[in-house]
Design a protein around this ligand. Structure first.
Ligand code: FAD
Length: 258
């Protein structure tokens, strides 16, 4: 934990500059709500926060937590929200999204092989993930994992998403990966082995076979938030190109989610 960042977080929260990435929607309630900004209004702020790698965290607007907040907000049970959404939205913990795997071409997520198998009141998870961003941060307590519950179902109904507390037995961080030579510590991008990881049935999100439904709901805002933050990092001719793409994306999504 970096003390100056924690101080800034307190100030930002007191000013209402908190969870600004969450547009008003029917998923909000009295306890779980954002700052009331539309995606279009948030875009300009994301661009400013994108100037400094860690600035988004000060406003509880950093990846992958923004996408990971939207999952339990939209699809979580009351209990899942109480356990994980509450501390995430309060900026007390951080989170990871475990989808990509070294053994398969993961840009087509139907290839994901990690098994999630039901056994009575629990699920057993076995597989290997990589590029699990944020796992290196000691405050990262929860992962949303995508895996296969039914290999015989229709192609887009084989996968499910499940909440996996990172202190569950059977989880090993095998190594941290680097991006253009940087390890991005303490956040980091990990290769993670899951061996007979046992979580209660109540950790399943939405229902078996509904992983792609959740993935679409998560990726739409997740992608656009990355675009918004990255705009500020682009320079010269790239800047023009990036801005044009990002503005188109923002307009497209803002009109469908406001
Ligand atoms: C910095 C960083 C952070 C990341 N964070 C996360 C994270 O937090 N969680 C997570 O789950 N993942 C994360 N990822 C992983 C990222 O989502 C994947 O790398 C991406 O989805 C591509 O999957 P892949 O690496 O398996 O590539 P592949 O699917 O193997 O693709 C490699 C190349 O082959 C092409 N290709 C693949 N299949 C075909 C085909 N059938 N025909 C033609 N071309 C094809 C692709 O377009 C691509 O150019 C992160 C990646 C990076 C770099």
């Amino acid at each position: 934990m970096i003390p100056v960042r924690e101080e800034l977080k307190k100030k930002a929260r007191a000013e209402g500059l908190w969870n600004m990435f969450l547009p008003p929607s029917s998923y909000e309630d009295d306890e779980f709500r954002g700052a009331g900004l539309s995606n279009l209004e948030y875009a300009a702020l994301a661009e400013v926060m994108g100037r400094i790698g860690w600035a988004s965290e000060v406003f509880n607007c950093s990846a992958p937590d923004t996408g990971n907040v939207e999952v339990p907000l939209r699809y979580g049970t009351k209990e899942q929200k109480r356990l994980w959404l509450r501390p995430l939205m309060a900026g007390e913990i951080r989170s990871a999204f475990l989808m990509t795997e070294p053994a398969v071409a993961s840009s087509d997520a139907t290839n994901i092989e990690t098994r999630i198998e039901r056994g009575g009141d629990h699920y057993l998870i076995n597989g290997r993930k990589w590029w699990s961003s944020g796992v290196g941060d000691p405050r990262c307590k929860i992962a949303i994992l995508m895996g296969k519950t039914d290999p015989k179902a229709a192609r887009h109904q084989q996968h499910s998403q499940i909440l996996v507390p990172l202190d569950t037995r059977g989880i090993t961080i095998e190594r941290m990966l680097s991006v253009f030579g940087y390890d991005d510590a303490p956040h980091g991008h990990a290769q993670v082995l899951l061996e007979n990881v046992r979580v209660p049935v109540s950790n399943l999100l939405l229902g078996e076979g509904r992983g792609f439904e959740i993935a679409q709901g998560r990726l739409r805002p997740g992608r656009i938030h990355h675009c918004m933050r990255t705009m500020r990092l682009a320079n010269g001719p790239d800047e023009v190109h990036c801005r044009a793409i990002a503005r188109l994306e923002i307009r497209k999504h803002a009109s469908s989610s406001n």
